[in-house]
Write a protein that binds this ligand. Structure first.
Ligand code: HEC
Ligand code: HEC
Length: 190
């Protein structure tokens, strides 16, 4: 599977084989199913199938101290932009997972309606391309939404959408997206 991923991306900016080598330390957390951040307690985000642009954007934000988290800020400090792209391609794999939620799948979950403009079918056309949420850890989605809501994750397009969410909305939205098929914990042996 990895060989296919490398081949499919030879024309892109990232080098998956180098990304795999660089990812060795990352796997100590991201390669362990259900691994937890110690405090506050939430599961580390799944990176398998996340698209490359978002992985690069997230790593850049940590390195530039625009996103809080001392461990992740330190992880990126010694890496180059090319390393970020290689890691992005490696974790994305041969095909990025997409959010495929739509009006039908959200059923009665009204709070999800505004999310559909971006984290849904066709959301890939939005710039910057939003991260895939489907299959993401429930507790991580909750943590992220609370950080956007209280402003501690910096000002991004998400601050506005999280501002009016109640704790109950956040729990329901996190449950909804985490249960959809999509992202996965990368396999250390691949
Ligand atoms: C000690 C555990 C640990 C290690 C090692 C680690 N991470 Fe992380 N990573 C985390 C945690 C915890 C978060 C969530 C931080 C937050 O709340 O913003 C995270 C977040 C991320 C995100 C953001 C994901 C998202 O959905 O927003 C990316 C990308 C990422 N890590 C990539 C890496 C890469 C690449 C490496 C190796 C160079 C690495 N991490 C090493 C624990 C770790
Ligand atoms: C206008 C497009 C847009 C809308 C609408 C939107 N988002 Fe986002 N979302 C984004 C973008 C872009 C990011 C990445 C921002 C960043 O870099 O922090 C993001 C990031 C996130 C993240 C962090 C994911 C991660 O891996 O770290 C979560 C969780 C999230 N959005 C949930 C939601 C929910 C739930 C809604 C509806 C209430 C919503 N978003 C509405 C564009 C959007």
């Amino acid at each position: 599977m990895l060989a296919g991923a490398v081949f499919a991306h030879t024309a892109s900016a990232g080098d998956a084989a180098n990304g795999r080598l660089l990812a060795y330390t990352c796997m100590g957390c991201h390669g362990i199913e259900g691994y937890r951040n110690a405090y506050p307690s939430y599961r580390v985000p799944k990176l398998g199938g996340q698209h490359e642009e978002y992985i690069v954007a997230a790593l850049t934000a940590y390195r530039d101290n625009k996103r809080p988290h001392p461990t992740m800020q330190a992880q990126g400090a010694s890496l180059s932009n090319q390393d970020f792209e290689d890691l992005g391609i490696y974790f994305q794999g041969s095909e990025a997972a997409s959010d495929t939620a739509n009006e039908d799948s959200i059923a009665g979950l009204d709070a999800a309606r505004t999310c559909l403009a971006c984290h849904a079918e066709g959301g890939a056309g939005v710039i910057p391309r939003p991260p895939t949420l489907s299959g993401q850890q429930q507790s991580y989605i909750e943590h992220a939404l609370k950080q956007y809501r209280d402003g501690s994750r910096g000002g991004t397009v998400m601050s506005a959408f999280a501002a009016s969410l109640s704790d109950e909305d956040i729990t329901s939205l996190a449950l909804f997206y985490s249960r959809r098929p999509g992202l996965y914990t990368p396999d250390k042996s691949e």
